[in-house]
Design a protein around this ligand. Sequence first.
Ligand code: TRP
Length: 333
Amino acid sequence: MEEKKTIFSGIQPTGCITLGNYLGALKNWVDLQNDYNCIFSVVDLHSITVRQNPAELRKRCMDFLCQYLAAGINGEDNIVFFQSHASTHAELSWILNCFTYMGELSRMTQFKDKSAKHEDNINAGLFTYPVLMAADILLYQTDLVPVGVDQKQHLELCRDIANRFNNIYGDVFTIPEGFIPKEGARIMSLQDPTSKMSKSDPNVNGFISILDDTDTIMRKFKKAVTDSEGEIAYREGKSGINNLINIYSGITGKTPDEVVAEFAGKGYGDFKMAVGEVVADELKPIREKYDDLRKNKDYLETIYKTGAERAYRISNKTLSKVKRKVGFVDRPF
Ligand code: TRP
């Protein structure tokens, strides 16, 4: 039998897991998990590039891990762990920093956006964030990285760093491919459909958390911003309706054209309610499973502990090889 390929992905434990994260990443992880060796991380190291309240961060990390499992990630067959529990990530990140150019990092749009948003705290971690992400991916000789479209640039940089390293030292890293939903699948804010649905949006009506209850979901969809044309069509300039079509399509697996045909002649009000309903139906079992699992501290601990042990073992193989290649003396213990 051919060996399974490896997937690595992660979500930062900031804000909440939104419908955008779910359709852009998490749902794909669930769909892919049986065909690949999967490693899913709660990337806590990344989250402190923005100031966090310690007690809230600690709780949120557990909430996120639990949401991965509630969404259908099998934490026993796959590796599910907290990034900070495998010290290999921070270590490789340092080494790769020395193979990454300031110019490359300055071009990252997420850095530009985040530094504009957090003008009072443009720290070096925010700048080198994509290098840590590259370390995450390369440590596991990852073949495929399922992420949202907004991470495409970071993934390209990861490939560049890996190729650069391989060109100097021989084949050390597998060059990863992205598994990225097409541009249309980018889920936008329900309140401002020209910007991405963001977990840190101060307007809670702009995003759906995967833990929102049915009433909240329906209310947010009812308030969703559309346009004044009154026609359900998928075309440029109709960002609100396009977004609703994309959401419906992402949940049901129908193409945007099929969605348009299904709702031909219907009003926006009915369409919004229909989208709200498929979303609420999809998320309800996740929320119920979450409520159940979240109380089970021992189970969660077993998952993240075995996850970290396995992650460390695998990643340390790559890290040791890297250290040898760059010329460090072998560790005597
Ligand atoms: N930067 C990613 C995001 O914001 C999160 C992330 C960190 C990640 N490390 C990763 C995603 C490794 C995929 C693989 O969404």
